[in-house]
Design a protein around this ligand. Structure first.
Ligand code: CA
Length: 220
């Protein structure tokens, strides 16, 4: 899952970016409104966290731009503006949720999961194809009855595959679920992660389609 974080406050931005990475999201962090608008044109995000008080274009301008372009990008406004009028304006402009600073990161993560769940095909919190089930809230993975822990990146990769069971994802597809812009990606990073996941879950957990990519079975 790839998140666009729009936040000009360095302390808040760094803390949220790190918490998101720890929770197995790929994060692109931008610090002004214009860059946010350009980023959302260039990349397809699963969700945006949007501050309102921003240089170059205010958060409400950014949200207007997003909605004008007709894209269904989910947005959570994360702001110090706590007036009822601000909240109503934000939600009426098309934000999916509104969180007032200061906030607890746990609550932000739970609200993100709630929105991402609604975006997905089902309302279930757990992703499962019968053999593998994966819980985004606890990052626990159960494979044929055995519970296993994955690292944040292993989890991000498996989640990308489990969101599209039966679909082959290429190396580039997988990389964009796992790494933000400013992260170095080793050329064999995806193979390395797949190898680690297979060691924990068994060789049959992820199928390799030679020269094309990888997939998990739709159901088993
Ligand atoms: Ca701000």
């Amino acid at each position: 899952m790839r998140i666009l974080l729009v936040e000009d406050d360095y302390m808040v931005g760094a803390a949220v970016a790190q918490a998101l990475k720890d929770a197995a999201y790929a994060v692109d962090w931008v610090r002004d409104g214009q860059t946010a608008i350009e980023a959302a044109r260039a990349e397809s995000y699963d969700l945006t966290l949007l501050d309102l008080g921003l240089p170059s274009s205010d958060g409400t301008e950014v949200l207007r731009e997003f909605r004008k372009s007709g894209r269904q990008l989910p947005v959570i406004i994360v702001t110090a503006r706590d007036a009822i009028d601000d909240r109503i304006e934000g939600l009426d402009l098309g934000a999916d949720d509104y969180i007032v600073k200061p906030f607890e990161i746990r609550e932000l993560l739970a609200r993100m999961r709630a929105i991402l769940r609604r975006q997905g095909s089902g309302s279930s919190a757990i992703l499962s194809n019968g053999a593998i089930s994966l819980d985004p809230a606890t990052r626990e993975v159960v494979h044929n009855g055995d519970a296993t822990r994955l690292t944040a990146r292993e989890f991000a990769l498996l989640q990308a595959l489990m969101l599209h069971p039966g679909t082959i994802l290429s190396r580039a597809d997988l990389e964009r679920h796992i790494y933000g812009w400013n992260e170095e990606v080793e050329s064999n990073a995806v193979e390395f992660l797949i190898h680690a996941i297979r060691r924990k879950l068994g060789a049959s957990s992820i199928r390799n389609v030679r020269g094309v990519g990888w997939m998990v079975d739709r159901s088993s």
